[in-house]
Design a protein around this ligand. Structure first.
Ligand code: DAH
Length: 345
C-alpha cells in the first residue's frame, strides 16, 4: 500500500518536471493545478495516515519536495516568460521614428515686462536689490515713516501672518529701501523688482497679489530735477520716444514732496476707459524726494545726503504693452494665454 502511494507522489513530481507551459495562460493553468487553492498536492499530505509508521517521515519530506519543485518551477517560468514579453515589446521599438515634439515654455508676460524695466534702469547705473516677501512691521511701515496708528497705513490693507502683528506679506517694495540703506552707505542706486500683496478684492483692475519695481537713489546733491529726468528717460525707453509724462502732487509718508506720474500714450488710448479713464494718461508710479525721517531711521545723515525714490506697478504697464483687458489673466496660469508671449528678455 505504502509503495503505491509513494509512486503516485513521484508521478506527480515527474509530471511537474515535464510540464512546459509556453504562454502566460498555460503558466496560469500550471499555477492553478499545483499551487492554487484546490491544487492536487494538498490532498497528498492527507495520505500520510495510510503510510506505515516508520516511513511517515520520509513520505512527508517527499510531498514537501514536490511542493517546492512546483513553486520553484513556477517562479522560473514566470521570470522567463516575462522577460520574453519585454524583449518582444522592445523589438517593436523603431529607433528611426521621429521624436515626440518637446513643448517649449515661454516667459510670463509679467516677467518679460519686469525684465524690460530692470534693463532700462541698469543702463543708467542702477543695480538690482532682491529681498524677502515676508517682511516685518518696521521695514514695511515704520522705517518708511509710517508709524503704528498712522492713518497712512490704511492706504495698504495688509495680510498679517497668522498669530503675528509683527510679520506680514509686504504691501509694497519700499521696505527694500530700508533693507539697503541700513546696510550700505551712499551713494546708493538700486532697483528692486518683486511681488507684493494687499488684501484687496480681485477684479479686472486689481488683485491681492501684484508686482512692483522700486527705485532708490541716495547721494550728495540729488535733486527733484534728477528724479524727473530719470523718469522721463524711463518713459521714453519703455513706451517710445514720443511718450510724455506728467507729475501730479500727491502724498506718500516716505517722500516729501511726493508725486504720482502718468504717461501719455497717444490719442488712440483716450478711448480706452479701462486703462486711462478716457484721458489717454496712464498712471504708473508714485515718487518723491526721500523724507529725511526715512533717511535718519535707516542711519543716513539727512543733512549730508538727499535722495529720490519711486515705486511703479508692473501689471498696468503689461496690460498696456500687450493690450490685455483683465489683470486676472496674469495669475490664472492658462497656457493658451501664456504661450502667446515671446521675448528676447
Ligand atoms: N510704495 C508706494 C505704493 O506702493 C509707491 C511709492 C510711492 C514708492 C512713492 C516710492 C515712492 O518709492 O517714493 O503705493
Amino acid at each position: 500500500m505504502s509503495a503505491e502511494i509513494f509512486d503516485k507522489v513521484r508521478g506527480v513530481q515527474s509530471e511537474i518536471e515535464a510540464a512546459q507551459p509556453q504562454t502566460m495562460e498555460e503558466l496560469e493553468q500550471f499555477r492553478i493545478k499545483y499551487l492554487g487553492s484546490k491544487n492536487i498536492i494538498k490532498p497528498l499530505f492527507g495520505e500520510i495516515r495510510n503510510i506505515d509508521n516508520e516511513r511517515k517521515k520520509e513520505f512527508g519530506q517527499l510531498v514537501n519536495t514536490v511542493k517546492e519543485v512546483a513553486e520553484a518551477k513556477y517562479e522560473a517560468l514566470k521570470a522567463r516568460l516575462e522577460s520574453a514579453a519585454e524583449e518582444a515589446a522592445a523589438s517593436d521599438l523603431d529607433l528611426s521614428a521621429p521624436g515626440e515634439p518637446l513643448e517649449l515654455g515661454s516667459r510670463h508676460p509679467i516677467a518679460i515686462t519686469m525684465n524690460r524695466i530692470v534693463k532700462i534702469f541698469e543702463r543708467i547705473g542702477f543695480v538690482v536689490a532682491d529681498d524677502r516677501e515676508i517682511e516685518d512691521d518696521w521695514h514695511n511701515f515704520t522705517s518708511m515713516n509710517t508709524p503704528e496708528d498712522h492713518p497712512a497705513r490704511d492706504m495698504q490693507d495688509t495680510f498679517y501672518l497668522k498669530d503675528s502683528t509683527e510679520l506680514l506679506l509686504r504691501t509694497h517694495t519700499s521696505p527694500v529701501q530700508a533693507r539697503v540703506m541700513t546696510r550700505q552707505k551712499p551713494p546708493i542706486r538700486i532697483i528692486a523688482p518683486g511681488r507684493v500683496y494687499r488684501n484687496e478684492t480681485i477684479s479686472a483692475r486689481s488683485h491681492c497679489q501684484f508686482h512692483q519695481v522700486e527705485g532708490l537713489y541716495v547721494d550728495e546733491n540729488v535733486s527733484f530735477a534728477d528724479l524727473k529726468q530719470t523718469l522721463l528717460y524711463f518713459a521714453r525707453e519703455m513706451f517710445g520716444p514720443d511718450a510724455k509724462i506728467r507729475l501730479r502732487p500727491s502724498f506718500f509718508p516716505f517722500t516729501e514732496p511726493s508725486a504720482e506720474m502718468d504717461v501719455y500714450l497717444g490719442t488712440a488710448t483716450e478711448k480706452d476707459y479701462r486703462l486711462t479713464k478716457g484721458t489717454g494718461w496712464l498712471e504708473i508710479l508714485g515718487c518723491g524726494m526721500v523724507d529725511p525721517n526715512t533717511l535718519e531711521a535707516c542711519g543716513i545723515d539727512s543733512e549730508k545726503y538727499t535722495g529720490f525714490a519711486f515705486g511703479m506697478g508692473i501689471e498696468r504697464q503689461a496690460l498696456r504693452l500687450y493690450d490685455i483687458g483683465d489683470i486676472r489673466l496674469f495669475f490664472e496660469n492658462d497656457v493658451r494665454f501664456l504661450k502667446q508671449f515671446a521675448s528676447a528678455f
